[in-house]
Every structure is written in C-alpha cells, then in structure tokens.
Design a protein around this ligand. Sequence first.
Ligand code: SF4
Ligand SMILES: [Zn+2]
Length: 314
Amino acid sequence: MTVSETDRRIRSLRPAKAQFDPYTAQRSMLEEERRPGGQIERVLTAFLVGAECPFTCSFCDLWQWTTDGPTIPGALTRQLRGVLETHSAERLDRIKLYNASNFFDVRSVPVEDVHGIAELTPAFAGVTVESHASTIGQKTLDFAARLNGRLEVAIGLETVHPAAAAALNKKLDLARFDAAARLLVDNRIDLRVFVLLGAPYVPVDESVEWTVRTVAHAVDRGASVVSIIPVRDGNGELERLSSQGDFSAPTLSQLEAALDACLDSDRAVVSADLWDVDRLPGCAHCRKERIARLRRTNLSGVAERRITCEVCRE
Ligand code: SF4
Ligand SMILES: [Zn+2]
C-alpha cells in the first residue's frame, strides 16, 4: 500500500513504541459475553503481536502493540500455544484472536500461522478474528472452512458520519463495508462490528446520535454483535486534532447514553467496550456505580434506570 502524506504525518506524531518478544502474546484475558439469543459465552481473548496494520487510521492506537517488519512465520502459532497452555484448565466457548492488524493480510498473519491457528482451536465453538473490510475475501472463506467451530470476523465500521468517515484515513467507504458484510453473512460467517464513540470531526453534541446511527447501519447489514468503542486519546494525531477543535475525548456519560439508545435491537447484541473504561472522563463520585451498571447492561441487554448523582446532577 502506498504511504501518503497523511499516513506520514500520523506516524510522525506517535509516541515511542515498546519492543515485544515476537514469540510471546502481549496478554490474554477471560470474559463473559452475551450472544444473540441470550446465551452467555466464556471468552478467551489472545492479544497477539505481529506486523503493524498498513491503514494508519487517525484514531488508532493499536500500532503500539505490533512488531517492526512482517510477522515471523510460525510466531503467532507459538504465541497462541502459550496462551492456550496458560488457560488449559478453563471451560471456554470462544476465542478472540486480536493481532492489532488484519488477520487476512499475509504480512500480518503468514499462511503457516493461518493453518497453525486453525489446528490449535478445534475445541472452540466460536473463533473471532479482526480485519479491515478490504482484506475480507476468499482467504476468509478458506479459513472458515478450516475451523471446527464457527468463524466470526470483526470489522471496524467506525462511523457513518460522511465527513468524519472520510477524514479517518481508514480508506473505507460504506459500499466496501456493506460488500464485506454481505460476503460474511452469505457464507454463514458471523459479523462483529466496531463502532466509535467520539470519532474525530463528529460534532460533540451529535456524537451519541452518530454512534447510534452507525450501530443501526451495522445491525441492518447483519451484524450479530456490535461493540461501541470510545476513542482513546494519546496517539499524537488525536492531540493535534483536539488542539484545532476537531476531537474531544468521549465521556462515560456519553457511553451510557449511546448504549442505552441501542438496546432495542433483538437481532444483535450491542455492548459498550469497557476495556479502557477507567480512562473515560466522568464524575469521581458516581463513576464506579455507572461502570458497574454498564457491565450489568452488557450482560443482560436490559437498560436499567440511569444513575442519579447529587454531585454531577447527570
Ligand atoms: S484498520 Fe484497524 S488496526 Fe488498522 S490502522 Fe485502522 S483501526 Fe488501526
Ligand atoms: Zn456524579
């Protein structure tokens, strides 16, 4: 992929990146997640370390968990083997393999690792990987056919706000997303979609509304799971956008409002991404209670009454 001036600027503003052992996963975690139909799955997420994604989105901070150069063939299989050994005593339904890039880009996931990963995961009923819509195609179908369980592919739709989507430097238009979604759904591959809260260039007072509209677009295209991800600042480019008034870090209260507005779908599970929830600006007095409420809502799918607070009065 050609490197543009915008790519260069975004990369030049990044803080220094840590170095990783290419044969050891960055980390892993266990969670419970609700699926359409209501069943609760035990999910193991393996954060694998490999080549950086070439897309250079303006809001992305995943590059910090990548190695320089292409992924060494066989390294991801070794990383996954280590993660599975650590959790060998657990009863698990799903594994998420997040490599901070695109699973179907051979520079990030070499062919021998695609095969190695399929061989290591027969015990899982569901296998989730992540990919830009542009790298979904025949390789996706081939990987699905190799798995014992059912494949789910997570795609970042981010926002359907037309001007903001064009400014994300994601090189993704709605037609491309829709075509990738159709390919997955037509081939009985589950679609998980990432939607941003607080995308740059979306006016702050319209932020929640555009997140809700983007979730609706994903559900209409067949998503079975949609995760609302508050944009995380700190990548340098977001600080530049913030200084010119084009980005404001999303708040805990906005996340609650967005999730509450998306719970009426009986076709998809919509949840709030809480992996970095402690970073979200919010009232010190009630934030613990609000986060606990969001955790319960993610599992139940039911909007509880909003928390009232005498300090922030929200
Ligand atoms: S496509 Fe995903 S991993 Fe790649 S730069 Fe964009 S957000 Fe980051
Ligand atoms: Zn409060």
